[in-house]
Design a protein around this ligand. Sequence first.
Ligand SMILES: NC(=O)c1ccc[n+]([C@@H]2O[C@H](COP(=O)([O-])OP(=O)(O)OC[C@H]3O[C@@H](n4cnc5c(N)ncnc54)[C@H](OP(=O)(O)O)[C@@H]3O)[C@@H](O)[C@H]2O)c1
Length: 274
Amino acid sequence: MNPNSKGTALITGASSGIGAVYADRLAKRGYDLILVARSEDRLKALSARLAEETGRSAEVVVADLNERADLARIEQVLRSDASITVLVNNAGIGMSGDLAGADPDRLESMIQLNVLAPSRLALAAIPGFVARGRGTLINISSVLALAPERFNGSYSGTKAYLLNLSLRLQQEVATKGVRVQVVLPGATRTPIWEKAGTDIASLPPSIVMDVDEMVDAALVGLDRGETVTIPSLPDIADWEAYEAARQNMIPKLSLSTPAVRYRATAASAMRAHG
Ligand SMILES: NC(=O)c1ccc[n+]([C@@H]2O[C@H](COP(=O)([O-])OP(=O)(O)OC[C@H]3O[C@@H](n4cnc5c(N)ncnc54)[C@H](OP(=O)(O)O)[C@@H]3O)[C@@H](O)[C@H]2O)c1
């Protein structure tokens, strides 16, 4: 590949919402595209518009990432196409309501799509990125990774998984010319809410961001070299303080003896057992 070429960005969930805006912005930044989702008509319409407006090629690959064979097909594209320099792991679904009353099949699909698919796609892309000394992985997580009390705990769990995976992966590949960015959007105006059974109009408008603004902010974070980008967070010092507190705890989280407060005494044993 011409080293001056930006290469190709493969975007999952490009047929709507955040993924479609990434497609638009990355084409305008000079990337060719591979657009992945299930809705062929929507992908084709986007591909035609972007080819017309930007002159970039935008290949449509219809795939249901919950289907093992389709997922394997996209993994193969990532392994075999050396022009791919960016993977945007964006496809995802949400789940509203309390966890205790949730549909277990929907839960399984969500975990497959939000956890299994981006993990396998990352593992398919990263070795080629490392071998070529070039590549960017963008994982779309959510601020709910940091706020499990705010929504269905299983959805936020899938997003916390992506945050963890990204933090560790970035550490592994940082010296090899490869970037990992994890984006934590807050509530963003896309169709995901309606699909998950929540009317976005029921949310206070002050906590909902327009999708174009969210993606543009995330790309500024990418340009600034951030590993973690939280487009809404007004003061980065808040994230830094949270990270510093976490880093401070890490050396103390696994020790050979229990903390003093957990050491049983004769008095506490008496209290527990009468
Ligand atoms: N909107 C928010 O408030 C918000 C906040 C934080 C994080 N996020 C995350 O942002 C990402 C994008 O969500 P969005 O808000 O843009 O929602 P969206 O508009 O509903 O887009 C979701 C995309 O994922 C695709 N998709 C869904 N199921 C799929 C499957 N089985 N196989 C392949 N593609 C599939 C959809 O395309 P098809 O239906 O055509 O397959 C669509 O292109 C998600 O990971 C979401 O968790 C969203």
